[in-house]
Design a protein around this ligand. Structure first.
Ligand code: GDP
Length: 295
């Protein structure tokens, strides 16, 4: 993931570290290359401009150029700014209430249902909590069947919703059942559509009102680049998103969405989907990602 930008940034910084003395002109050349690398990775222009300006200001302001190892210090500045860009400090999962409700929203095909199951598995295995999966899409029986199948495959219970007519009824019932049976967390997979529409948003608002989720995640496909960022803006305009689950990072060689979603929408990436297998799912650590990019 993010191979291209990673390669280019590494090569610029390596060159800088090779220079014993760095002039302002050297720095500006390097920043020009960083700017091009980020733009080529499909990072939004205002984000790139701000990034480069901050690195330049820090490098000039901290007497980095006259220090003994200017290249190394600039590498550190780029690392810190990249971490900030990716959302700063990683946040652990917030689980409030009994059961703690987690709600997933997103467009069809982004990996929402797969991520619901992967997240439930993560909560079961890493946090040791009893978790119930809840299919709350009453329009597409296939979505419910898919979640049931994933539940069977991962050994996770899925709420039976046969006969329920509305998502609101499903989630009300889910909260009651979870409390009655001792499930500490419910992970709710909501309806998806091909495009953002009013009917969907109104439904999701009603579901969120009932659930009062302690985490409300938008699932977005990293491969769709700036579209993923636009989805975060659209969903974030109607729902109090607490994070983004960015899927298919394994296939995204460019990385524009990962690099700009947090700074444009102020909604941090919290989890990353890195493959099709149940375990291909991890907490998103901005600093580790920055280190990975810079090699
Ligand atoms: P939904 O319509 O949003 O519920 O999407 P699905 O959960 O059905 O996922 C759509 C496709 O994306 C499926 O083939 C998944 O296996 C695949 N998928 C989901 N997450 C990832 C991921 O992180 N990496 C890869 N490579 N594929 C993924």
């Amino acid at each position: 993931m993010l191979e291209a930008v990673s390669e280019r940034l590494q090569s610029v910084l390596k060159k800088l570290r090779g220079e014993g003395h760095i002039t302002e002109r050297h720095l500006d050349e390097a920043l020009g290359e960083i700017r091009r690398a980020l733009l080529a990775a499909d990072v939004a222009l205002p984000v790139v401009k701000d990034f480069v300006a901050r690195v330049r200001e820090k490098a000039l302001g901290q007497e980095v150029l006259t220090s003994l190892s200017p290249g190394q210090q600039i590498t550190k500045i780029v690392h810190d700014e990249l971490t900030r860009l990716l959302g700063g400090e990683a946040q652990p999962l917030r689980l409030k209430g009994f059961p703690a409700p987690i709600m997933l929203v997103g467009l069809q095909g982004t990996g929402k249902t797969t991520s619901a199951a992967k997240l439930a598995l993560f909560i079961r295995q890493k946090l040791g909590k009893h978790v119930l999966l809840v299919p709350a899409d009453t329009q597409r029986p296939a979505a419910r069947e898919q979640l049931e199948q994933l539940g069977r495959q991962m050994g996770l219970p899925v709420l039976s919703t046969h006969g329920e007519s509305s998502p609101e009824a499903i989630v009300r019932n889910a909260l009651v059942e979870a409390r009655r049976k001792g499930f500490e967390v419910v992970v709710v997979d909501t309806a998806g559509r091909l495009h953002v529409d009013e009917e969907l948003m109104a439904e999701l608002e009603r579901v969120a009102e009932i659930l009062q989720p302690s985490e409300l995640f938008l699932v977005a496909d990293a491969m769709t680049g700036q579209d993923a960022v636009r989805q975060a803006q659209a969903f974030g305009g109607r729902l109090k998103l607490t994070g983004v689950i960015l899927t298919k990072l394994d296939g995204d060689a460019r990385g524009g969405a990962a690099l700009s979603v947090a700074s444009i929408t102020h909604v941090p990436v919290r989890f990353a989907g890195t493959g099709e297998k149940p375990g291909d799912f991890e907490l998103f650590h901005p600093d580790r990602m920055a280190s990975r990019i810079l090699g």
